[in-house]
Design a protein around this ligand. Structure first.
Ligand code: F0G
Length: 354
């Protein structure tokens, strides 16, 4: 078995915008599990695989792009990286900046970031600023700061470095399956990941490493679905805070991925997202954060509408780890069962026969 040293030092290096002089700032991201879902396969009559991106070092797919962006920032002699984030990008930027000895400044929408992500950014030592506004406001400010000050913007907005890193998820899927799947489902927020994943499949096919291309099926939360409606949403609303984005920076890329792949970008309600979130944990043993269940909710919606061909091979990106947002689970119908420290009391509480 070969040892994994992260994306920059892997066989995927030749696809990444790095040179011999680029320091590899890595936490051994990538190479995440692709596991079969017996539950979703049985429900849909398809072959459904889960790409578990929560297994990345900071718990989300963002690490794939961040290793490239921060490595290049370090190479360029930048001292501080800046980003706007709904939480995961900030956690990842803060971690990779720490590893490179750089400063990280992160702008997050006040009160709208899951606690685990905030805790990560704080512990990795980032300068965290909670802005009284939306993610879209944070991104506007981050861009302006990067234009006016000597700091490197590490959002995926027009950031070829981040997107190039995020493309590697498609390479891993094709290498694991032997070819591209029929359908690739994923949650959509700012639009970068659907763009990068599609570009990755296309790059592999262009070199003959895949014989086919998947349809890209992206899903937004119904209260934050600008790409579905074709217009920005001023006050995006969803409990899946990671994808609470009203004006996606990579709008054109997301639309092109949809159209060029013959795919779709559709909306799913928070209720559908949370049902899928519970089912993934309960039936597949995979704990994701709520936003990450949007691809599953969307697949089930397509199946219910008769839009899914029986026997199709489907890959779903599960974008982030459930541990990032424990409140989403504990506020969701958990009441503690409390007993004394007597075995008989515990047995009774568990309804075990005497
Ligand atoms: N899933 C999770 C867990 C995310 O954190 C994000 C984006 C997405 C899906 C959507 O990906 O933006 O490329 O369309 N999170 C960004 C952030 C906005 O700041 O962490 P996208």
């Amino acid at each position: 078995m070969s040892t994994w040293h992260g994306l920059i030092d892997s066989d995927y290096r030749r696809w990444l915008p790095v040179t011999d002089d680029t320091p590899a700032v890595s936490l051994h991201e990538g190479n995440t599990p692709l596991i079969h879902s017996g539950h979703l396969s049985a429900l849909t009559g398809c072959d459904v695989r889960l790409k578990v991106e929560g297994a990345n070092p900071t718990g989300s797919f963002k690490d794939r792009g961040m290793t490239v962006a921060v490595s290049r920032a370090a190479q360029a002699g930048v001292e501080v990286v800046v980003c706007a984030s709904t939480g995961n990008t900030s956690a990842s930027a803060a971690a990779y900046a720490a590893r490179a000895g750089l400063g990280a400044a992160v702008l997050i929408p006040r009160g709208a970031v899951a606690l685990g992500k905030l805790a990560q950014a704080v512990r990795y030592g980032a300068d965290v600023v909670e802005v009284a506004g939306t993610f879209d406001d944070c991104l506007r400010i981050a861009r302006e700061l990067a234009a006016q000050h000597p700091v490197a913007l590490v959002n995926s907005v027009r950031n070829e470095l981040r997107l190039a890193g995020q493309r590697t998820v498609a390479y891993e899927v094709v290498d694991a399956l032997g070819d591209a799947p029929d359908v690739h489902c994923l949650p959509v927020g700012n639009g970068g990941n659907i763009t990068a994943t599609w570009d990755g499949y296309r790059a592999y096919a262009a070199e003959g490493l895949a014989t086919r291309l998947p349809r890209m099926w992206g899903f937004q939360a119904a209260g934050a679905a600008p790409l579905v409606h074709g217009v920005p949403v001023a006050e995006p609303q969803t409990a899946a805070t990671a994808i609470r984005v009203g004006n996606p920076a990579t709008w054109e890329g997301a639309v092109a991925a949809r159209d060029d792949s013959g795919g779709l970008i559709d909306a799913v309600t928070d209720e559908q997202i949370f049902d899928a979130y519970r089912a993934l944990a309960r039936h597949d043993g995979v704990y994701v954060e709520p936003a990450s269940a949007a691809g599953v909710a969307g697949l089930l919606q397509q199946h219910a509408r008769g839009g899914l061909a029986p026997g199709a091979r489907v890959v779903i990106t599960l974008s982030g780890n459930g541990l990032k947002d424990p409140a989403a689970s504990l506020s969701d119908g958990y009441t503690p069962t409390e007993t004394s420290a007597a075995t008989a009391d515990v047995a009774r509480a568990l309804h075990l026969a005497a």
